[in-house]
Design a protein around this ligand. Structure first.
Ligand SMILES: Cc1cc2nc3c(=O)[nH]c(=O)nc-3n(C[C@H](O)[C@H](O)[C@H](O)COP(=O)(O)OP(=O)(O)OC[C@H]3O[C@@H](n4cnc5c(N)ncnc54)[C@H](O)[C@@H]3O)c2cc1C
Length: 404
């Protein structure tokens, strides 16, 4: 064993023993279920105790700097932590409690924020005590984000914001919002945008939840009527919001690559297939057409997983993301949507129930997964828009759309 392996092995032992002492056994294998009704609010009971212990150790945001409440771990150590948490049936609730904080706004503050902004905002994110939402999309600015018209005016002692955002995930339960706003309407569209951080609890901001087909209301219309933002809450340079905002989107895509730990051991698709469709005398899946499509999907999923592991291993910095995130986002979307479609098909009529005792919990859950999975090819930049980015920024093909 090399010195390097020995150090990593010692870290693994440290994590194991920390988990034995600190992870409440009642939460084992509960994953997101441990959040129960609290998924849209604050945690309570053992889940809150567990959040507090994780935050204290900095392991809610393992690769973030120690000074802002992160764990200061390198990628190899973070991988070990991840593996040991999975073995222990533990789940990290902090990224969910922080909303868009851990995955998007926080890494952007780390990169572009002033020292004051880092000290004020990051500890609330790494502890999972402050939830962030993201105000990008507007009724007339989705894929063509540069057309956004919500404006912020410099009033000397503060910014005053007026306009409307839409599809703002978690706006009704967030404490802070990172919003793209127009700060100079006289220049080219992309040159007059800035990224402002606003406190949500103020009279000038109203949120109206929108209900989705899968039953939940995860996002809102958000109205700004003379809302206030402090002068020191402009993230990055004035009118440089297009660059800062694009960087944040890369972080968003990187977080949507499917490399997430759910804390719940789900039944492998092969086992579901055999249970519902039956097997031949040799033990193969009875339906040959399904067998081929299932095998293709499993190979795609495996190739996607291995590619993510390779990219993580190759990443030089802790928060390094590149345009390759667009490829991974599209591939994660394809894998997740195909998995939900196949599961539905395998379950047949039993996979189409919405409620009722005649259906198993996993069957009802899959219908919701299938429906909510439709959003994956829309949020964080649609499937087609990612393909545009791949063609321009990775393949070097000429830009044909979205000039502004
Ligand atoms: C579940 C969910 C959560 C979301 N959360 C947030 C959030 O928290 N904050 C936020 O700001 N936004 C959020 N969004 C909004 C999301 O970013 C937008 O829906 C997305 O960018 C697409 O914009 P749009 O809905 O206006 O569709 P449009 O831009 O109108 O696109 C409509 C269709 O046209 C296609 N299209 C558009 N332009 C092009 C082009 N140039 N080339 C090829 N095809 C094109 C698109 O691919 C799409 O199929 C969320 C969306 C969903 C579904």
């Amino acid at each position: 064993m090399t010195d390097h392996d020995q150090v990593l092995d010692a870290f693994r032992h440290q994590v194991k023993s920390w988990l034995q002492t600190n992870f409440p056994p009642d939460l084992k294998d509960k994953g997101m279920q441990m959040l129960k009704g609290d998924v849209r609010g604050k945690l309570s009971g053992d889940a809150e105790i567990w959040r507090g212990r994780l935050a204290e150790a900095g392991w809610g945001a393992p690769t973030w700097p120690l000074e802002y409440g992160g764990g200061g771990l390198n990628h190899e150590q973070a991988k070990v932590l991840n593996e040991e948490m999975q073995l222990a049936g533990a789940f990290n609730p902090i990224p969910i409690q922080a909303g868009m904080g851990i995955t998007m706004v926080g890494p952007t503050i780390l990169e572009y924020g002033t020292q004051d902004q880092k000290s004020r905002h990051l500890p609330g994110i790494t502890s999972g005590l402050i939830r962030w939402c993201l105000g990008y999309s507007e009724p007339n600015a989705g894929s063509d984000l540069a057309s956004l018209s919500t404006k912020a005016e410099d009033q000397g002692d503060c910014w005053v914001v007026n306009g409307q955002k839409v599809w703002t995930s978690g706006a009704d339960i967030s404490e802070w919002c990172g919003a793209l706003v127009r700060t100079d309407p006289t220049v080219k569209k992309r040159d007059g945008i800035s990224l402002l951080m606003l406190k949500m609890d103020q009279p000038g901001i109203e949120t109206r939840p929108i209900k989705l087909i899968a039953g939940a209301s995860p996002f809102c219309e958000t109205f700004f009527d003379n809302a206030r933002a402090e002068k020191n809450d402009l993230l990055g340079d004035l009118n440089d919001g297009w660059s800062v905002g694009k960087r944040l989107l890369q972080h968003e895509r990187a977080s949507q690559t499917g490399n997430r730990m759910t804390g719940v051991k789900s039944e492998p698709l092969q086992a579901i297939a055999k249970r519902y469709v039956g097997t031949t005398a040799e033990g193969a899946l009875a339906d040959p057409d399904l067998r081929i499509r299932l095998a293709n999907h499993l190979m795609d999923a495996r190739a996607h997983g291995l590619t993510i592991s390779r990219i993580a291993a190759e990443a030089r910095g802790n928060v390094e993301v590149t345009a390759a995130a667009s490829i991974l986002k599209n591939s994660a979307t394809g894998v997740a949507q195909t998995q939900a479609e196949l599961t539905l098909e395998l379950m047949g009529m039993r996979g189409l129930g919405w409620e009722g005792e005649g259906f198993e919990a996993a069957e009802l859950a899959n219908v919701r997964t299938w429906l909510s999975g439709k959003a994956m090819s829309i949020y964080g930049g649609s499937f087609e828009v990612q393909n545009n980015i791949i063609s321009k920024n990775i393949l070097g093909l000429p830009e044909t759309t979205q000039k502004g």
